[in-house]
Design a protein around this ligand. Structure first.
Ligand code: FUB
Length: 342
């Protein structure tokens, strides 16, 4: 089925491009949108893509972002405000380069911005910054979150008030270099390269009550195929790549992610935020551009997916965020979204 979708993508390349939805903003390039509703308003925490002239490579060095700009709007389809820079790499004491996909959370009167950035040794860590205003500016903690590594933090707060961080990404996200709990600078540039072994997993960890630290051990987000076996490294259309998100629907935990290195969006469900998760299938065919990254949020009783493509620039590292409606189906899957119209 995924092959069919990939072919559809190929065909749509040659045809006149028609997009399912339009960029939310055109003044700046934005990507990796993590959307939330705070105080009845929609806030989007995206990466802020810029052209810094760095050559494209498998490490993703060309994604050389320097700050975050938060977007907000009162309703879907309403006017979008681009807020002033919320956090800059120069204001993070431990940071080296590349502010990648962030997320945000709220607890006890405080907003928390979680962000991956390479430290001064060029190793991705995850940091946290705080603000009283959901649009920032945010102040970064002096050190990265202890025990954090890799990229793409997504923070989910359950109905009982417990918060969890899902994170990780292979290739440029360096997850494959943390095999023994220590960073291996000479490790693989891509995946584990063990084709017939269980694929590398995203990670999940509970957050402390003050939201500033990990509380307990980092665990694997295990995804099982319909036969109950872990997905294998060679299973590029189904295994985890990056861009994790968690939402709860009808009492089930939906772990959604970009597959590697094919960049479908896929879902897997569980009765527990820790998993294991049962693979449910693809719900978005790859967007234009090399990366697919999303968030899913309920707004006024409807569910939406925020995502990006490269409509404005045609360049993989200069993206634009979009939103469209998402539909849960009764069988636990999510209705397939085609980001480009046929
Ligand atoms: O924006 C930089 C990286 O590209 C993100 O962290 C990944 O998820 C991918 O979208």
């Amino acid at each position: 089925e995924n092959k069919k979708h990939a072919e559809e993508k190929e065909t749509s390349k040659t045809a006149q491009k028609q997009y399912l939805s339009e960029p939310l903003v055109k003044e700046i390039y934005t990507a990796d949108p993590s959307a939330h509703v705070f105080n009845g308003k929609i806030y989007i925490y995206p990466s802020h893509d810029v052209e810094s002239g760095v050559k494209e490579n498998d490490n993703g060095d060309h994604f050389d972002m320097k700050d975050y700009r938060i977007l907000s709007m009162d309703s879907i389809g309403g006017k979008v405000t681009i807020h002033e820079p919320a956090l800059s790499v120069k204001d993070i004491p431990w940071a080296g380069r590349q502010l990648w996909a962030p997320d945000a959370a709220y607890k006890n009167g405080m907003y928390y911005l979680y962000f991956p950035v390479k430290d001064k040794n060029d190793v991705f860590r995850i940091g946290v910054a705080t603000s009283k205003d959901p649009a920032g500016p945010f102040k970064a903690a002096k050190e990265p979150i202890e025990g954090s590594f890799s990229i793409d933090p997504a923070v989910f707060t359950d109905t009982d008030g417990s918060s969890y961080m899902y994170f990780g990404g292979i290739w440029g996200g360096q997850l494959q270099r943390w095999k023994d709990g220590k960073y291996d600078p000479n490790g693989s540039k891509t995946d584990s390269q063990q084709e017939n072994e269980p694929a590398l997993s995203a990670k999940v960890v509970k957050l402390s009550k003050d939201m500033m630290a990990f509380d307990g051990k980092v665990k694997d987000v295990v995804i099982l195929d319909p036969q109950g076996k872990p997905l294998l490294t060679k299973d590029h259309d189904r295994r985890f790549f990056e861009g994790a998100w968690m939402h709860k629907y009808n009492g089930k935990y939906y772990f959604t992610y970009s597959t590697g290195d094919t960049h479908f969006l896929a879902s897997a469900i569980s009765d527990s935020p820790w998993g294991p998760f049962k693979y449910q299938g693809t719900f978005m065919i790859p967007v234009e551009g090399w990366t697919t990254h999303h968030s899913i949020v309920e707004i006024k009783g409807k569910w939406y997916i925020f995502y990006h493509d490269t409509q404005l620039s045609g360049k993989t590292h200069l993206r634009n965020v979009k939103v469209t409606e998402l539909h849960h189906l009764k069988d636990g899957t999510i209705e397939l979204i085609k980001p480009n119209k046929d």
